[in-house]
Design a protein around this ligand. Structure first.
Ligand code: CAA
Length: 257
């Protein structure tokens, strides 16, 4: 499928979606977000794809929602079209593991979109920020909520109230990103990490993702109960039998998903 603002590639079991709107530093216009929803639908429907990578260019993951598109909106028009909901939330509904790999700017909606993914790998030139306050608004795609959960209240307040940018080193130190690699190696490194995940049983990776996400949605007791049930459920999987048998027999497992 051809897209106007995306480039889509597959690397064996890994589906990669590049934002490709260089003239606007990959600002997330409505058409781009709609295309993103379509690309995610296709990868989720494709049983050969186990892991999705969402990425941008060396200069920008995405510099935010498109300010030119937002400029003339009113409260009523934003409310009636449920702005920043359709398409955007498709990322959070993705059941397969989805990794954001960020080089350059991840600002406003770009930072929020990266945080909707399961984890973030950053190039050492990455710059994260929620600069909405500098243009008279506040984060609207989860920035006030997800950033506070990722990095705590003090840093989230600092970012949202000053609009400052955070570099990759600080982002790793405070838990926003899982690892930092030289920006020039980001492309190979993301496929390597995604391929590692894709080498495991697909249903098990999906269950692990669902269980970790419960930690953000429920109490510890309910989350632990959810985890225990899913853990028990894995005992019915052929891939669980294969994984444990392979360990005992000192051989590589052959997962069949
Ligand atoms: N929307 C629309 N266009 C954007 C954009 C955005 N978010 N960010 C950058 N662009 C465009 C610029 O208008 C410019 O286009 P022209 O060449 O046609 O003028 C082009 O991308 C290159 O940008 P700059 O010339 O500004 O590049 P720079 O290197 O000097 O600065 C930058 C880079 C610091 C990222 C700067 O572009 C910037 O501050 N961008 C806006 C960041 C921002 O405020 N993001 C939050 C948006 S609001 C939001 O996302 C709401 C939400 O929560 C969902």
């Amino acid at each position: 499928m051809a897209y106007k603002h995306l480039i889509v590639e597959t690397h064996e079991k890994v589906g990669v979606i590049f934002f490709d709107r260089p003239e606007a530093l990959n600002a997330l216009c409505e058409e781009l977000v709609q295309e993103l929803g379509q690309a995610l639908d296709i990868f989720e429907d494709d049983s050969n794809i186990h892991v999705i990578v969402l990425t941008g260019s060396h200069k920008a993951f995405a510099a935010g929602a498109d300010i030119r598109e937002m400029q003339s909106k009113t409260y009523v028009s934003a409310y009636m079209e449920d702005f920043i909901t359709q398409g955007w939330e498709r990322v959070t509904q993705c059941r397969k593991p989805i990794i954001a790999t960020v080089a350059g700017y991840a600002l406003g909606g770009g930072c929020e979109m990266a945080m909707m993914c399961d984890f973030i790998i950053a190039g050492d030139n990455a710059q994260f920020g929620q600069p909405e306050i500098t243009i008279g608004t506040i984060p609207g795609a989860g920035g006030t909520q997800r950033l506070a959960r990722y990095i705590g209240k003090s840093k989230a307040m600092d970012m949202c109230l000053t609009g400052r940018m955070m570099d990759a080193e600080e982002a790793e130190r405070c838990g926003l990103v899982s690892r930092v690699v030289p920006a020039g190696q980001l492309k190979g490194e993301d496929i390597k990490v995604a391929s590692k995940i894709a080498s495991f049983s697909l249903p098990v990776t999906m269950m692990a993702k669902e269980a970790v996400n419960q930690a953000f949605e429920t109490t510890l007791t309910s989350g632990l109960k959810f985890e225990r049930r899913v853990f028990h459920a894995t005992f019915d999987l052929e891939d669980r039998r294969e994984g444990m048998s392979a360990f005992v027999e000192k051989r590589e497992p052959n997962f069949k998903n």
